[in-house]
Design a binder for this molecule. Sequence first.
Ligand code: PNS
Length: 161
Amino acid sequence: MRRAVCPGSFDPVTNGHVDVINRAAGLYDELVVAVLVNPGKAGLFSVDERMELLRDAAAHLPNVRVDSFQGLLVDYCRSHDIPVIVKGLRAVSDFEYELQMAQMNRELAAIETLFVPTAPQVGHLSSSLVKQIAGFGGDVSRLVPKAVDDRLRERAREARS
Ligand code: PNS
């Protein structure tokens, strides 16, 4: 079985992530979308919420499974028998750091990285920009899945009250 992992913070999942997940799911028998548990960095959404939103966003893809991981990604890959990491590249600026991580992950555990160039329509998207815009009451409905938009509006309402 050809298996790959698509790792990230996904705080929250955007249409850019969904583009990469959709396309990676078409290349592998099983794609694990793995949310990083980072105890040093509290996100807007809890890891459970991020996973729930990801499951919803990937509900149309039967070969996608959502999980979380702590520590080194290569350790997660090794313990789950996953030989490939899939990453989306939005722009050349992403490449430098992503290349460094890909080379390091290969050195650490012979795990390969596949880069997927994101669709141009979503190349400007990032979770942090989406959070910032939604936090100031801006419309992000075209940038994120519906469930994420609903949840962001809920959060913005709570912050105002
Ligand atoms: O969505 P992000 O925050 O850009 O995702 C970054 C992520 C989770 C893929 C990266 O930080 C990661 O792999 N973290 C796990 C720790 C690790 O393996 N570090 C060594 C990388 S060479």
